[in-house]
Structure formats: structure tokens, C-alpha cells
Design a protein around this ligand. Structure first.
Ligand code: PEP
Length: 252
């Protein structure tokens, strides 16, 4: 039985004060001692420590939106795994489509980051997903399979890894993949993992769906056999919506 995982990706939104306030609202609405599923929130790096002090000791996991694969050095504007761990993060999102699209991330940089973050004991959420052009060209399966294979190249042990399937055409667009469309790709990802790591490992792997998840569609998505939670963008900026999605995961 896989524990569902829901993570709110706040992207480049909210000042430190706004982030702190949102984290307080999430905690208050989730209720003390919530335990129905794994929950995380990913503020900007600037707000990481402030949010960490709000959620410290609670069931909500502090999550980074990105990391670098080197420990330190001349990488202006970057933050290393060592640094995010020291700031209290237990989880990190790697290879989000916005990182791939706007910041030149490739399957090989994703691979370096995943290797580094996993070797340092973080829970890695590795994002994969096809563009609209790729879906229309009928190459969704090929694209997603290579993202999974190349992202995990040279990694023998994927214990604790989470994969987020996020069709690029559904992110921030209001267009959600139907639960059947999402399930089809989640099943394909699990099959790739069976080939790479065997049945036992694949059956433990959690695969989140991301792409315009809202309180109104969360339950249907989370009821699918291979959908193990969600990576939530826009809806995570509203505490009531985010908590409703978390509760939908906890109930499915
Ligand atoms: C995301 O950025 O990971 C995401 C899924 O965004 P949204 O929920 O806004 O589509």
C-alpha cells in the first residue's frame, strides 16, 4: 500500500511574510496531528527558513523547488543540496517543466541533481511530462519513458523516489488530463520502472499527477490505481483549496 503524497509548489509567488501567513493557514486548516497522507509545501528559497519555522514539528514537509548538483562554488544564483538540507528541507522537486523550459534543464542535468539529492537522503520528486506538440504527435510514451530512463541513469537504488507526471499542456492552463489519460501515463511509467528495477521496486514507487489539480477534480484523479497523489501549483496558493486537495488524497 503506497502512502499518497501531495506537495504544493508555490513557484515564484509570495514574499516572506505572505509565505509565512499561507503556511500558518495551511497548518490551521489541516488540523493538528493530520496523518492521512504525506504533505509538503515548496516556498521560494528566500522564504524557506521562515516557512520552516512555521511548519517545524508538524506533519508538513519543507520542500525545495530546485537544487544544484555541486556542494558549493562559483554557480551564481544557485543553491546546493547541502544548503537546502541545512535549511530544513526533507524533499526537493527536480526537473519541473518550467525549469526545463525556461532554465535549460535537460534529462542529464536532472540526472545529476537526482543523483546528488538522493545520495544526500532527500526525498526527490522528479518531474516528467510531454508538451502539447509531443502529445499531438503521438510520442507521449516515448518522451516520458526517456525522461524517466535518462533521469535515473546510473542510479541503482531508487528507494523513496517520487515521480511527478505533469503534462506540460496541463500546467497552469486550467486543462487537466482526464483521469484516464493520466492513469495511462502513470501505468506506463510504472512499467518502465518494472523493466529497470523489477516488480517489487515498481510497486513501491509513488507517482504523483500534476497539472491544474483542483478540489473539484482531485478525488477522481486520486482514485486511479496508479495515481499516488499530486504536485499542486496554482491551487496550492490558496490554503482552503490546497487542504481540500490534501484531504481528497487522504480519503482515496
Ligand atoms: C505545477 O507547477 O507543478 C503544477 C502542476 O501547476 P498547476 O497546478 O498550476 O497546473
Amino acid at each position: 500500500m503506497r502512502t499518497k503524497i501531495v506537495v504544493g509548489n508555490w513557484k515564484m509567488n509570495n514574499t516572506i511574510a505572505e509565505s509565512t501567513q499561507l503556511a500558518q493557514e495551511v497548518l490551521a486548516q489541516l488540523g493538528e496531528g493530520f496523518s492521512g497522507c504525506e504533505v509538503g509545501i515548496a516556498p521560494t528559497f528566500l522564504a524557506i527558513q521562515a516557512v520552516g519555522s512555521v511548519i517545524g514539528g508538524s506533519p508538513v514537509q519543507l520542500t525545495a523547488q530546485n537544487c544544484h548538483y555541486e556542494n558549493d562554488g562559483a554557480f551564481t544564483g544557485e543553491v546546493s543540496v547541502r544548503m537546502i538540507k541545512a535549511a530544513g528541507c526533507s524533499h526537493v522537486i527536480i526537473g519541473h517543466s518550467e525549469r526545463r523550459q525556461y532554465f535549460g534543464e535537460t534529462n542529464s542535468t536532472v540526472n545529476l541533481k537526482v543523483k546528488k539529492a538522493m545520495s544526500e537522503g532527500l526525498t526527490v520528486i522528479m518531474c516528467v511530462g510531454e508538451t502539447l506538440e509531443e502529445r499531438e504527435a503521438g510520442v507521449t510514451g516515448a518522451v516520458v519513458s526517456s525522461q524517466v530512463r535518462e533521469g535515473l541513469e546510473g542510479i541503482d537504488d531508487i528507494t523513496g523516489l517520487v515521480i511527478a507526471y505533469e503534462p506540460v499542456w496541463a500546467i497552469g492552463t486550467g486543462k487537466t488530463a482526464s483521469s484516464a489519460q493520466a492513469e495511462e501515463v502513470h501505468d506506463l511509467i510504472r512499467t518502465v520502472i518494472v523493466k529497470l528495477y523489477g516488480e517489487a521496486v515498481a510497486s513501491e514507487l509513488r507517482i504523483q499527477y500534476g497539472g491544474s489539480v483542483k478540489p473539484s477534480n482531485a478525488a477522481e484523479l486520486f482514485a486511479m490505481p496508479n495515481i499516488d497523489g499530486g504536485l499542486i501549483g496554482g491551487a496550492s496558493l490558496n490554503a482552503a483549496d490546497f487542504v481540500a486537495i490534501v484531504k481528497a488524497a487522504a480519503e482515496n
